[in-house]
Design a protein. Sequence first.
Length: 96
Amino acid sequence: GRRPQSGSEAVDAFACNEVRLLISILAYQLMHIARRAMARATGTGWSLRRLRERVLRAGARLVLSGRRMTLALSSSAVPFWAVLWPRIARMHWAGP
């Protein structure tokens, strides 16, 4: 038979892998920054696993009202985010 027609253009597998790698590196760097901020704030050692389990995997609810969105965190995560959020806000991020 005939060759099936492709509905999309060819995808460069190397470029896709590069994008996945760069996103993974960025995610790791953000986790590392948050881990160090928590370690400094609490004075105790924090592993990436502990940060992920206690801070990032916390239950939350997104409340939409009018033009405002509010993130309601579970009570177990509030103390961690209360420590972490001001430290993240004070960081000086490099511009474009």
